[in-house]
Write a protein that binds this ligand. Structure first.
Ligand code: AHM
Ligand code: MG
Length: 337
């Protein structure tokens, strides 16, 4: 058989986003494309370092000091530094909010641009040593037209984000992105060093067969969550029960949910009064992606994207996934009200 010729018309992430901008015509400046280029670069850098970290752990060098006598930086700290440096240098950002920094970073005027980026540089980092998938999550706002870029520019509902996404570091690096016109997935081609469009127009199935919760917290769960979980584990209508899949790494659990459908949940409970996940840089980006893929994202009683944040690090109850599954869950909250 004949060997397949390589494609000469590859759709990279940059090309794909640019094509979107061409369609917008004069209103598009190309700034978002440049900002996304900075994010892609950081994702490549982090992907490389995640691989190296695995190797270092395997050969038992972790915890050693480097030649300068400094302790090796933890991967999440390193990833945070990479992102801040690259986003600042892009000249396209005004405010940065990172899970790793208590305060928002206001970019100095020399580098100031019109976007704000909220991010978790390396989510699920407790999983690194086990070689489990981890990821970077980000959301992007545009500053208000009359603003110089303050914390107020990020204390806005998720529905005002202009773009959001994540990069999952697994067997390959996958970047999943929305700019408010659907969801697309790109895979890093290591040889080219480019993210290539591999998952165009991701649509979450309207109903799934998988639930993804940390059920170890069951004793703290509120009644609607317990009743809902029972309804899918012990269905009364002759249907099969749902399968359980929980990685404990939000990016990986959401990625699977987008592709296969089902429901992912990290509810607030009797112990964690506001849940665990962070609103700005975990719940909002994932809710934006889920809705853009045709699914739903709720706290149980309220659409996540409608929440107006009062604090950059606030937490929020999260359920997201297939439309019909999330609607089912919401019914238990309505009955409980
Ligand atoms: P982190 O930001 O400290 O890494 O915590 C966030 C992670 C998410 O990736 C994941 O969904 C959740 O914590 C898992 O929590 P738990 O171990 O309580 O199930
Ligand atoms: Mg996190």
């Amino acid at each position: 058989s004949q060997e397949e010729l390589p494609s000469t018309d590859i759709i990279t992430l940059t090309r794909h986003v640019l094509a979107d901008q061409f369609e917008l015509g004069a209103s598009a400046t190309g700034d978002l494309t440049l900002l996304l280029t900075a994010i892609q670069t950081t994702s490549k850098f982090i992907a490389t370092n995640v691989r190296k970290a695995r190797l270092i752990n395997l050969v038992g060098l972790a915890g050693e000091t480097n030649v300068q006598g400094e302790e090796q930086k933890k991967l999440d700290v390193l990833s945070n530094d990479i992102m801040i440096n690259s986003l600042r240098a892009s000249g396209k950002t005004a405010v940065l909010v990172s899970e790793e920094n208590e305060d928002a970073i206001i970019i100095e005027s020399k580098y100031k641009g019109k976007y704000c980026v909220v991010f978790d540089p390396l989510d699920g980092s407790s999983n690194i040593d086990a070689g489990v998938n981890i990821g970077t999550i980000f959301g992007i706002y545009q500053i208000a037209p009359d603003s110089k870029g303050t914390i107020q520019d990020v204390l806005r509902p998720g529905s005002e984000m202009v773009a959001a996404g994540y990069t999952m570091y697994g067997s390959s690096a996958n970047l999943v992105l929305t700019t408010g016109r659907g969801v697309n997935g790109y895979t890093l081609d290591a040889a080219l060093g480019e993210f290539i469009l591999t998952h165009p127009d991701i649509r979450i199935p309207p109903r799934g067969k998988i639930y993804s919760f940390n059920e170890g917290n069951s004793m703290y769960f509120h009644p609607p969550v317990i009743s809902y979980l029972n309804s899918i584990k012990y269905p009364s209508n002759g249907k099969s029960p749902y399968s359980a899949r929980y990685i404990g790494s939000m990016v990986a659990d959401v990625h699977r949910t987008l592709l296969y459908g089902g429901i992912f949940g990290y509810p607030d409970d009797k112990k964690s009064k506001s849940g665990k996940l962070r609103l700005l840089y975990e719940a909002f980006p994932m809710a934006f992606l889920t809705e853009q893929a045709g699914g739903l994202a709720t706290t149980g009683t309220k659409r996540i994207l409608d929440i107006v944040p009062t604090n950059i690090h606030q937490r929020c109850s999260v359920f997201l996934g297939s439309k019909d599954d999330v609607l089912d869950l919401q019914k238990f909250y309505q009955e409980d009200a």
